[in-house]
Design a protein around this ligand. Structure first.
Ligand SMILES: *[C@@H]1O[C@H](CO)[C@@H](O)[C@H](O)[C@H]1NC(C)=O
Ligand SMILES: *[C@@H]1O[C@H](CO)[C@@H](O)[C@H](O)[C@H]1NC(C)=O
Ligand SMILES: *[C@@H]1O[C@H](CO)[C@@H](O)[C@H](O)[C@H]1NC(C)=O
Ligand SMILES: *[C@@H]1O[C@H](CO)[C@@H](O)[C@H](O)[C@H]1NC(C)=O
Length: 549
């Protein structure tokens, strides 16, 4: 008995010590992180000399790695943090930078780049614009636009923000299919929902139903990332990767809508699927990083982008470790607001880390189960910030990564996103609730409509002499070319004989193979090998001139 009491007291001391480490970290790191974000923003940031007004650099690191770029994705996430702080009334001086950001993005959108110009899909170019860039920028802009509308400045929204926003939302509507990342799909869905709501508020009615229609399709597609047998959200499986990815935690925190409760359709932070996935993701780093060894299997560990990462030999990142903490704080916000918490068969393994005897069910705030679980989850969440605290150098600088074996900072110094991630995790820990974006009560359509993306017109001409009654057809590797079926092959017209022609609608920017065939008295003759190969243009139309082989 005495031993039990002693060890309980010892446990309390430990927990208190950890809490005070985190309280201390939040107090000292907050001002450093705020300053760290602003230092990387032009024109007057102390570490971003030469950057244009309203542009932020990813990091002041000029070599190994060179991050002196403005990345649409990183900028949008950073400016979302700044806009949230401004609209919460924390710092009115941020408005100048926000207005400069909008002006800078308006001109960046018009820059031609290897993906094409603004009208041909160029908004998606990596570095300038990664796939998720337009959606995240839209979310940042909508947040500011809503504040302006609420503050009787709709005219600025209509004249200066809507034109930039509309390009991003139209881009998302057309190109959302061209992604393999859960995070990208989730933030695209959010952007279209809140874009539609803003459009309706400012009288841009034509956009409203178009954006909601694509958002429904995206919500349907979003469900396909869930892996029921592994109990995790699968993201980025290319190159032999397992799909366990920080992506899932980042998606839940960047699409957190407290009004949606613990809805699993949008993978809210407290949803059973998001919690189950978080456990699988966190556990994937327990045995691979030296600095995680010896840590209890239900305590916080350092996490990275994904377990198979080899960038700088694969290390924990500050922003992913902070994202796990934020995910858990967001869940706590909703459980506290609703005075109840539900354990399902899907989230059972997550909750059993903290209470091995717990069973599926709903627990109200007066039950010992609720009290035990919420307090354990808070301790668990604080543990992730305590890990970042432990590996933050004395000057508070946050690099991109810290070494998997000795914990010392690595890769780019003063990563803007690292600072932003600290600020959003701290805000969630304080219980600061973000604005709702319209995730409440959404219903996943029972049939997923596909989005084939942008299409182009391709005219096939083939010179082929034929005998009377013989006809020329086309088939190939795309659905629109009847997937190599001789029976369903497309008939060509002989109006310009001996040139046979057909014009087909095909997906843009797509490689494909095809052959012409002859049909005569029921006998099919294929062109000789090899297959013909072509690719479709980014936009518009093209003509392919062939001669029968
Ligand atoms: C509306 O907001 C813009 C951007 O911050 C500002 O320049 C303008 O002065 C505001 N107009 C009014 C009437 O408040
Ligand atoms: C994406 O487009 C391709 C054709 O380009 C189509 O086969 C696929 O089903 C589409 N996926 C979704 C989710 O719309
Ligand atoms: C042409 O494409 C078809 C369908 O993919 C394939 O079965 C066939 O082997 C290809 N022919 C050559 C010569 O590569
Ligand atoms: C195909 O042939 C047409 C008519 O002969 C010609 O106008 C066109 O330039 C040709 N296109 C290509 C891509 O060779």
């Amino acid at each position: 008995m005495r031993f039990a009491i002693l060890s309980f007291l010892f446990y309390c001391v430990l927990v208190r010590a950890q809490l005070s480490v985190v309280d201390q970290y939040v107090a000292t790191e907050s001002p450093i992180a705020k300053a760290g974000v602003l230092a990387n923003i032009g024109p007057s940031g102390s570490k971003s000399t030469g950057a244009k007004a309203g542009l932020d650099i990813a990091s002041p690191s000029a070599s190994n790695p060179n991050y002196l770029f403005t990345w649409t994705r990183d900028s949008a996430l950073v400016f979302k943090t700044i806009i949230d702080r401004f609209t919460r009334g924390e710092d009115g001086t941020l408005r100048t930078s926000i207005d400069q950001y909008i002006a800078a993005q308006a001109s960046l959108q018009q820059v031609s780049n290897p993906s094409g110009s603004v009208s041909t899909g160029g908004l998606g170019e990596a570095k300038f614009n990664i796939d998720d860039g337009p959606a995240l920028r839209a979310t940042a802009l909508v947040t500011y636009a809503n504040w302006l509308v609420d503050n009787s400045n709709t005219s600025f929204v209509t004249s200066n923000i809507w034109p930039v926003l509309k390009l991003d939302l139209d881009y998302v509507s057309i190109y959302w299919n061209q992604t393999g990342s859960f995070f990208t799909t989730a933030v695209q869905h959010r952007a279209l929902r809140e874009g539609a709501a803003l459009a309706s508020k400012i009288g841009q009615t034509a956009a409203v139903s178009a954006y909601h229609a694509q958002a429904d399709n995206i919500l349907c597609f979003l469900q396909s990332y869930w892996n029921p047998s592994g109990s995790f959200i699968t993201s980025n499986t290319g190159g032999g990767r397992s799909g366990k990815d920080a992506n899932s935690a980042l998606a839940s925190i960047h699409t957190f809508d407290p009004a949606a409760g613990c809805d699993a359709a949008t993978f809210q932070p407290c949803s059973d699927k998001a919690l189950a996935s978080l456990k699988v993701y966190v556990d994937s780093f327990r045995s691979i990083y030296g600095i995680n060894s010896g840590i209890a299997s239900n305590a916080a560990v350092a996490t990275g982008r994904y377990p198979e990462d080899v960038y700088f030999n694969g290390n924990p990142w500050y922003l992913t470790t902070a994202a796990v903490a934020e995910h858990l704080y967001d869940a706590l916000i909703v459980w506290t607001q609703r005075s109840s918490l539900t354990v399902t068969s899907t989230s059972l393994a997550f909750f059993r880390q903290f209470l091995p005897s717990v069973t599926a069910g709903t627990y109200t705030s007066s039950t010992p189960t609720f009290i035990t679980l919420t307090s354990a989850v808070r301790t668990f969440a604080d543990g992730f910030l305590a890990i970042n605290a432990k590996h933050t150098p004395a000057n508070g600088g946050l690099a991109e990564q810290f070494d998997r074996n000795n914990g010392s900072p690595l890769s780019a110094v003063d990563l803007t996103w690292s600072y932003a991630s600290a600020l959003t995790a701290f805000a969630a820990r304080e219980g600061i609730v973000p604005a709702s974006w319209g995730a409440q009560g959404l219903v996943v359509p029972s049939v997923c409509n596909k989005n084939v993306g942008p299409t182009v017109q391709v005219t096939f001409n083939v010179v082929a002499t034929t005998q009377f009654g013989e006809n020329i057809f086309l088939t190939g590797s795309l659905d629109a070319l009847q997937s190599w079926s001789p029976d369903n092959a497309l008939a060509l017209s002989a109006t310009n004989y001996p040139t046979w022609s057909v014009t087909v609608t095909l997906p843009a920017s797509t490689n494909f193979d095809y052959k012409y065939i002859r049909k005569f008295n029921g006998v099919v003759t294929w062109e000789s090998d090899p297959n013909n190969s072509q690719s479709t243009p980014v936009t518009g139309s093209s003509t392919i001139n062939d001669t029968w082989r």
